[in-house]
Design a binder for this molecule. Structure first.
Ligand SMILES: [Zn+2]
Length: 141
């Protein structure tokens, strides 16, 4: 005598019955609702559930496609953001470098000017005062 499993349509409780119950009503042991035990088809008795096994690869393939698409989108977005970030960082570094170079150049020029001024003052202190705007040959002590 082969056993047959069915689940209660009310509470989902799995109920074991035998061929003797086919076509008859049984009471669910959990919710006490009467359940009509339908005679299962020959195919259902032989194999458990072959159609579900066929459907699975399709679903998983679709899942893989969806997941990979999402992952690709995420990666693309992330790399785009990262690229932008690095570009910004690099641009900022470039700006800083240029600013630093400018300051260095300005300081160099200033130092150069001061050195030249000092050199001129050291070599010709008298002409410096005379050529300051006055044409009078007034002499200073
Ligand atoms: Zn039930």
């Amino acid at each position: 005598m082969s056993e047959y499993k069915l689940s209660c349509p009310q509470c989902g409780q799995h109920i074991r019955c035998t061929e003797a119950h086919f076509g008859r009503q049984v009471n669910c042991p959990t919710c006490q609702k009467p359940i009509l035990v339908a005679r299962p088809k020959e195919a259902d008795l032989r194999t458990n559930s072959p159609p579900a096994a066929v459907d699975k690869p399709k679903a998983s393939l679709l899942q893989i496609v969806v997941i990979s698409a999402v992952a690709f989108g995420l990666c693309a977005g992330l790399s785009f953001c990262m690229g932008n970030y690095y570009l910004q960082q690099r641009a900022q570094q470039k700006d800083l470098e240029q600013a630093r170079l400018k300051i260095e150049n300005a300081e160099k020029l200033k130092a150069e000017k001061e050195r030249k001024a000092n050199a001129v003052a050291a070599t010709a202190p008298s002409t410096n005062t005379v050529g300051g705007g006055t044409t009078s040959p007034a002499r200073h002590e």
